[in-house]
Design a binder for this molecule. Structure first.
Ligand code: AMP
Length: 212
């Protein structure tokens, strides 16, 4: 089973991906995480990638497809943040065909912009386990301010989680990513992502539970 999440920034795709992976033993590919990894590894492309991210724009489709090809192995996958436009979706379809795989579910996490803004500005994550917290939303706060509940290390804030970049990322999402809702209309399921994470998770489980 392969699942794609389509969602504006801070709709909770990372959190839901983590919950699904834990329960259903699926693998998780976040192109955003892979790009951040490339940047942190001081690749010759680091500066260019950092600039693109900070401007809230999309990295080149060819680069993203290479990341996917290099990380896709056997098994069931959740694609978080990919595809981000129709060109990537078409390239992905071609790739999946050669691997005898397909996209089974496309989950659209819908969230109003004002709530997404609040989530972005409070978002913190653990550099060790990747768990996402939020210091503005009660149910997502760490037990100890700024510290991961599990790893006991200091939580970090993403460089692109500021209001200017968020606004640009949101505009990019509307222009480039929302057309995917049409592209995937035959396997698309809409979930109200303004609810709490457990309710959202149960709704997603309801969608995928009739998979066979
Ligand atoms: P995310 O972690 O999904 O919020 O992505 C952070 C940033 O990485 C985005 O704002 C883009 O600059 C870049 N990015 C992530 N995934 C993609 C993708 N599939 N295509 C192009 N750029 C991407």
């Amino acid at each position: 089973m392969n699942i794609i999440f389509i969602a504006p920034p801070a709709a909770g795709k990372g959190t839901q991906s983590e919950m699904l992976c834990n329960k259903y033993n699926m693998k998780h590919i976040s192109t955003g995480d892979l790009i951040r990894e490339t940047i942190n590894n001081d690749s010759p492309l680091s500066e260019q990638l950092k600039d693109i991210m900070n401007q809230g724009k999309l990295v080149s489709d060819e680069f993203i497809l290479e990341l996917i090809k290099n990380n896709l192995k056997d098994g069931d996958y959740i694609f978080d943040g990919f595809p981000r436009n129709v060109k990537q979706a078409k390239m992905f379809d071609e790739l999946l065909k050669t691997l005898n795989k397909k996209v089974d579910y496309v989950i659209y996490l819908k969230v109003p912009k004002d709530l997404a803004t609040k989530r972005i500005l409070g978002r913190l994550s653990c550099p060790n386990c990747g768990h996402v917290y939020n210091d503005q939303i009660d149910e997502l706060m760490p037990k100890q301010v700024g510290i991961c509940d599990t790893c006991n290390v200091e939580l970090t804030r993403r460089n692109d989680d500021n209001i200017e970049t968020f606004n640009k990322r949101f505009d990019t999402y509307i222009k480039e990513t929302e057309p995917l809702l049409d592209y995937y209309q035959d396997k698309l399921y809409e979930v109200d992502s303004s609810k709490d994470k457990q309710e959202i998770f149960e709704e997603i489980e309801g969608i995928i539970n009739d998979y066979n």
